[in-house]
Design a protein around this ligand. Structure first.
Ligand SMILES: Nc1nc2c(ncn2[C@@H]2O[C@H](COP(=O)(O)OP(=O)(O)OP(=O)(O)O)[C@@H](O)[C@H]2O)c(=O)[nH]1
Ligand SMILES: [Zn+2]
Length: 328
């Protein structure tokens, strides 16, 4: 349906979602609650106060009681009513959370039964890894990849500190995943990364000290993310723990996730991860029900599928490596 054919039909959530950024809506004689709500993007969350972008205005909001227990997270598109002027004492109310196109979850650890959504609507997960100081950890990269594939978010490997070490070895490690890679160094502008971020909603994730703040400062002039010193202790510094979305000068958003170093992956099933390996998917047709896809000895049909030449052995090895990284 096009926007012209709506007529007097009531606005529903889908209408709001497909037209983000509009603050005024056609008024009809019979309107559902808050039909005149503005659309906002949640760019920060701090102790029950939400920072939103409504058109080009930064607005502070609280949640309306009608939201119930549903959490509002950075990246959410919301409907907001009340004072959206952005004035110093202005407080708006979030009355609705639009359907999410993706969710990135974190659990405190893999045994934690509560999955916490940390970011909504991201379409790219930027895995920031230093080439040295600290050295790359493939376990971490693997876990991030599993989280990305499971959430339907495209991964991008961003290798920092290219002045300290060469990237060939780590690039070779992931050569079978069609994983895009960019390298950066602080003495050069991060143009290859900026090009990949343009007009997208990207989440940056990385261990402390990999140079994430340095990157964000270079990507978003005017931000002042604290730059730390790599140390063996590294826990004494005060760091904010909630995600924040920053507007990129060329369009798009980058979400920094201080305090989120990895993801709980207990909820990721072998079959949901397999879905990202489309070349292997048909091979699972002959697997026993709820196959763990780990070995032919347990009846997994993927080995035979690969042996018959239908897919690359290296792809199966990559898939299993990621599968096993869930419990690293
Ligand atoms: N040699 C070199 N050092 C870098 C580079 N980028 C950042 N650093 C240094 O690495 C250290 C950590 O950088 P940050 O940007 O604070 O790293 P971070 O990932 O934000 O770390 P947290 O703030 O702890 O999350 C700082 O001393 C930076 O100056 C680089 O490209 N090359
Ligand atoms: Zn199997």
């Amino acid at each position: 349906m096009t926007s012209h054919s709506r007529g007097a039909r009531d606005m529903d959530e889908d209408d709001v979602r497909t037209r983000p950024g509009r603050s005024s809506r056609p008024r009809t004689r019979t309107r559902p609650a808050h039909a005149d709500a503005a659309s906002g993007l949640v760019i920060g969350v701090d102790r029950g106060r939400y920072t939103l972008r409504v058109d080009d205005v930064t607005v502070t909001a609280m949640r309306a009681r009608e939201l119930g227990r549903k959490s509002v997270v950075v990246g959410d598109q919301v409907a907001v009513v009340g004072d959206v002027s952005g004035g110093p004492d202005a407080l708006a109310r979030i009355v609705r959370i639009q359907e999410r196109s993706s969710v990135l979850r974190r659990t405190a650890d893999d045994d934690d039964p509560y999955e916490r959504v940390v970011v909504a609507n991201a379409d790219q997960l930027v895995i920031v890894t230093a080439l040295a100081d600290p050295p790359p950890r493939t376990g971490f990269i693997n876990r991030c990849l599993v989280a990305a594939y499971d959430s339907g978010i495209e991964p991008l490997l961003c290798l920092t500190k290219a002045d300290l070490a060469t990237p060939e070895e780590i690039i070779e490690t992931y050569a079978d995943l069609e994983l895009p890679v960019v390298t950066c160094r602080r003495d050069e502008p991060p143009d290859p990364l900026a090009a990949r971020l343009a007009n997208r909603m990207s989440v940056l994730i990385g261990h402390s000290g990999v140079g994430k703040s340095t990157l964000v400062n270079a990507l978003v002039p005017g931000t002042n993310r604290a730059i730390g010193v790599v140390s063996g202790i590294g826990k004494g510094r005060h760091t904010s723990t909630s995600a924040v979305a920053l507007a990129l000068p060329g369009g798009g958003w980058v979400i920094d996730t201080p305090g989120i170093r990895s993801f709980g992956l207990a909820h990721v099933s072998p079959s949901s991860l397999l879905a990202s390996f489309t070349d292997l998917v048909p091979g699972a047709d002959d697997c026993p029900p709820s196959c763990a896809h780990l070995s032919a000895a347990d009846g997994c049909a993927l080995d035979a599928y690969v042996a018959a030449g239908h897919a690359q052995p290296r792809r199966l090895a990559s898939y299993r490596r990621l599968l096993e990284s869930r419990s690293d």
